[in-house]
Ligand binder design. Structure first.
Ligand code: GLV
Ligand code: GLV
Length: 321
């Protein structure tokens, strides 16, 4: 019979969904909102493949609900902290993800957030629209420039390196990075590896591109923000879990750092009454790092091709091992 696939969102880009429909019976969650957990647990019973996103927790409970027919879980994301990888492996469930195809998109958004935060773009738009723009003023709406600055990148994988290449075009003085393992690509941008403490103390801009793993959980804590320059701008486009968010709020409120730009928070979505929304020195985006039209279409196709390859028992184009 045909393979049974469950897709956790009704709005997954059609490019990938159609590839699956050509060869499989595809059941999509039928609402625009994320599938409720109870519904998800019911719908995955007996399927061979799950096409999920980073908002779906793939844990023991979910794998039990799917049962032994499940061969593959493919996520339309490069991050995989929502997936219990060890548990999948134990059960022989293969995992697909979407590295590389979203690197440019996420690096572009990181630069957008960096500039929006340093040059206070949302604040300036608000002022222009609400009467705050009374005349050109020499010190009004000023912020630090990238030219001549030291930029520190924490997590120097694909995305971190792509950010470095873009940042270099802004005539930065120095690019430094911290990564748990050595990255041979450092020559291309002249980026220099330093310790985490050195990065914190020396950077005018601190950018987090590190995957969320036990070693990076809340590495941006009270001590880290205290070590940063009080003129520093902090930008996070990886996962909210790398930051002790209460410590960040305190650092922003007390001007321990100048400003923060966040594409990721804890939790997501960030509740409307969260203090971060009330701080004029914080720019919050709703986790749109990979949201170019091109990247999302390619991510969807890659997710489908991961599923089809796993079902056919062949090499997956992007398997998490
Ligand atoms: C997005 O955050 C991703 O992991 O792809
Ligand atoms: C970023 O660090 C990635 O793994 O793509």
């Amino acid at each position: 019979g045909r393979y049974q696939i469950y897709v956790t969102r009704s709005d997954m880009p059609e490019s990938g969904v159609q590839l699956l429909k050509d060869q499989c019976d595809v059941n999509l969650w039928n609402q625009p909102s994320p599938v409720p957990r109870a519904e998800l647990l019911k719908e995955v019973a007996g399927v061979n493949g799950i096409y999920c996103s980073l908002t779906d927790k793939i844990d023991t409970e979910l794998l039990d609900a799917a049962g032994p027919s499940l061969k593959v879980v493919a996520t339309i994301s490069v991050g995989h902290d929502h997936i219990d990888v060890a548990e999948c492996k134990k059960r022989g469930v293969r995992i697909g993800y979407t590295p590389d195809v979203l690197t440019d998109a996420t690096a572009e958004l990181t630069l957008a957030l960096l500039l929006a935060t340093s040059r206070r773009v949302p604040e300036a738009i608000y002022e222009a629209k609400t009467g705050g723009w009374v005349s050109w003023a020499p010190t009004w709406m000023t912020g630090p420039g990238l030219a001549g600055a030291t930029v520190g990148i924490v997590g120097f994988g694909r995305i971190g390196q792509a950010v470095a290449r873009r940042v270099k075009a802004f005539n930065t003085e120095r690019i430094i990075y911290f990564n748990r393992s050595h990255r041979p690509e450092e020559k291309e941008t002249g980026a220099v590896k330093v310790s985490f403490d050195e990065l914190l103390t020396q950077s005018n801009f601190v950018i987090c591109c590190a995957a969320l793993v036990p070693e990076t959980k809340e590495i941006f804590n009270k001590e880290a923000f205290e070590k940063m320059k009080n003129t520093a701008i902090f930008v996070n486009t990886s996962r909210g879990g790398t930051v002790d968010q209460d410590a960040l709020i305190e650092a922003l409120k007390t001007n321990k750092i100048r400003a923060a730009g966040l594409d990721v928070t804890s939790p997501e979505p960030l509740p409307l009454d969260n203090p971060l929304f009330k701080l004029s020195n914080c720019v919050v985006l709703p986790h749109i790092g990979s949201a170019t039209i091109e990247a999302r279409n390619t991510m969807s196709e890659l997710t489908a091709r991961n599923i089809l390859a796993a079902l056919h028992g062949t090499d997956m184009p992007a398997e998490l091992k």
